[in-house]
Design a protein around this ligand. Structure first.
Ligand code: FE2
Ligand code: FE2
Length: 229
């Protein structure tokens, strides 16, 4: 089993300028909706929100791919990074679906939200890719907070710390006896990495890239995810 990277929970990008404030306000509004809807049902919350979290990477990859084709320019590895992010978020979903089952109502919410969020995020990315990446950076900050709360729930015995699903043990190369707690730790580390990457992309697009910016280490993932299905 590889080491689970430590996560710096204090990281927060202070909104600077109009676009950051819009991104931050939008994220906080969605956080309020999620908190109201799910309360402490963290397994269900993870499933529904991971279906949303897997969208931006694919949108960003598509739009950057098309831009590079039109301009015949290099993508600075953004496309693969974003596609990998989408795949990683989908693996979060495939993992949590082994832990909890969404209700029929939640499945309907997922359908509706996917239509609205995909189209809205696509439009936002076309209008301002910088704001779109900032939104994802803030989403990921919230994801780190939510998974930290999930850990507390497990540690204090309010949710059972069941065995890690096989798919998770394969994908994150966890030890055989790994538990849900180990899974939440590696998922949170993934989210922290996405947080820093997306804030970094937003900084780069605003011409204010910080050469000393630290990116949270990414946990080790299996190359062949078919084995995990
Ligand atoms: Fe995720
Ligand atoms: Fe994420």
């Amino acid at each position: 089993m590889g080491d689970i990277p430590k996560v710096d929970l204090s990281i927060h990008h202070r909104p600077q300028g109009f676009s950051d404030r819009i991104a931050f306000g939008f994220t906080k509004a969605l956080r309020f909706c999620a908190d109201t809807f799910f309360a402490k049902r963290y397994g269900h919350r993870a499933i529904v929100l991971e279906t949303v979290a897997a969208v931006p990477g694919m949108v960003g990859a598509t739009i950057n791919h098309l831009k590079c084709l039109r301009r015949m320019c290099d993508d600075r590895n953004w496309i693969r990074t974003l596609m990998e992010e989408a795949e990683n978020e989908r693996m979060h979903l495939m993992t949590f679906i082994k832990v909890a089952q969404p209700t029929v109502f939640e499945r309907l919410v997922i359908l509706g939200v996917q239509w609205v969020f995909y189209l809205a995020f696509f439009a936002l990315y076309l209008v301002s890719a910088k704001t779109a990446h900032r939104v994802v950076g803030y989403f990921e900050e919230e994801a780190v907070i939510s998974y930290t709360m999930y850990l507390k729930e497990l540690d204090e015995g309010r949710s059972p710390n069941v065995a890690a699903p096989d798919i998770a043990k394969h994908y994150w190369k966890l030890r055989q006896e790994a538990t849900l707690r180990d899974v939440v730790l590696v998922v949170r580390a993934d989210e922290a990495h996405h947080r820093d990457v997306n804030h970094g992309f937003a900084d780069e697009l605003s011409g204010a890239a910080d050469p000393d910016a630290v990116i949270a280490p990414y946990p080790d993932h299996a190359d062949d995810i078919r084995m995990a299905a």
